[in-house]
Structures are given as structure tokens and as C-alpha cells.
Design a protein around this ligand. Structure first.
Ligand SMILES: [Cu+2]
Length: 186
């Protein structure tokens, strides 16, 4: 009896606190500047559950806080976290999806100043994280992208571009994002 009560409450805790996130490369983490821009409530939601959907993150309404761009997390909190990639380099991703929700997913280069995609997605799944499957395909949690070779002078300054993982759980109506800040080296 005691054991089953324990298991039940553990299960519910896990359900409430886990959906999915990128484990590597390192992704943006909310800090003091994000708190200034988006508010303490948003930062609390972002740090209490890094796997949670954007819909759980309440913005303070500031026009500078766009939850749907890198979760609202500001570059200034992540200046020491900028990755260096070369054109044509293969970048390996690891994701955790404790609570899958079927839907589309992609990883794209995002121009952070304009919140627009640069080129085509580097990888894209029409159906990702399908909870109806007994086991998720390995490439849902371990996949690679190849850095574009046609960026020209784009993405050479820190804070200019990020690799953004985007996943939308269609039935759950939940959006997931993680951003990897990067510069192109050569
Ligand atoms: Cu979820």
C-alpha cells in the first residue's frame, strides 16, 4: 500500500514536470537579463521545468519578450555559451522526450534579430515523438544536422543566429523550443 502510493505520486510528479528538451549541444538558459525582460514569473517557469512547453511560460507582456523565440530567453544571459561551427560540419543533437506528443519537429537556423528562418530546416520530422508508438525511433532523441555551406557572411557575430529545435505536439497543443547560440567559423 505504501509502495503503491509512493509510485503513484512519483508518476504524477514526473508527468507534471517532463515533456522534452535538448540536452546537447548546450542550449540557452534563463538568467538575470531574461528576468529583467520577461519577468520573474516567466523565469520561474523556465527554470522550474526546463522540459515544459512554451504555453506554460507566462510573459510579462513586454514587447521585448517573445516567448516563441528561444523561449524568451535572452542572448545576454548566454554570451559564454556560444558554439562555433564550420560550414558543412555535422552537429550531433541529444534530446530527452519523457512525455512524447506526436507532431512536427525541425531544427533550423534562425536569424535572431528578425525571428526568421535562414534557408531550409536542417532536419525536419513530419511526425515526431509519437506517443502511440511502443518506443520512439532512435532518431527522435539522437540525430545530426549538417551546417549550411551557403551562409556567406551571415551568423558570424555572437547573438546573430541560433540553431532552434522546434516541436509542436498537435493533440497536446504544446510547443517546445530550445536554442543553441552559435557562430560560423570558417
Ligand atoms: Cu507535454
Amino acid at each position: 500500500m505504501r509502495a503503491s502510493t509512493f509510485l503513484t505520486s512519483t508518476f504524477f510528479a514526473a508527468t507534471a514536470l517532463a515533456h522534452g528538451n535538448i540536452v546537447s549541444p548546450p542550449v540557452r538558459q534563463a538568467g538575470a537579463v531574461t528576468q529583467q525582460v520577461c519577468g520573474a514569473q516567466a523565469v520561474s517557469a523556465l527554470t522550474t521545468d526546463i522540459t515544459g512547453p512554451l504555453e506554460n511560460v507566462a510573459s510579462n507582456g513586454s514587447p521585448d519578450c517573445n516567448i516563441f523565440l528561444c523561449k524568451g530567453i535572452q542572448f545576454e544571459d548566454n554570451q559564454n555559451n556560444v558554439q562555433e561551427f564550420a560550414a558543412g560540419e555535422q552537429v550531433d543533437f541529444a534530446a530527452e522526450i519523457p512525455i512524447p506528443h506526436e507532431g512536427p519537429c525541425n531544427v533550423s537556423v534562425v536569424d535572431l534579430a528578425t525571428n526568421t528562418l535562414v534557408g531550409q530546416p536542417l532536419i525536419s520530422f513530419a511526425s515526431y515523438a509519437d506517443e502511440a508508438l511502443a518506443q520512439l525511433p532512435l532518431n527522435n532523441t539522437q540525430f545530426s544536422v549538417t551546417m549550411p555551406t551557403d551562409l556567406g557572411t551571415q551568423c558570424q557575430q555572437p547573438g546573430e543566429c541560433a540553431l532552434q529545435w522546434f516541436w509542436f505536439g498537435t493533440n497536446a497543443q504544446q510547443t517546445y523550443e530550445d536554442c543553441v547560440d552559435f557562430v560560423m567559423t570558417a
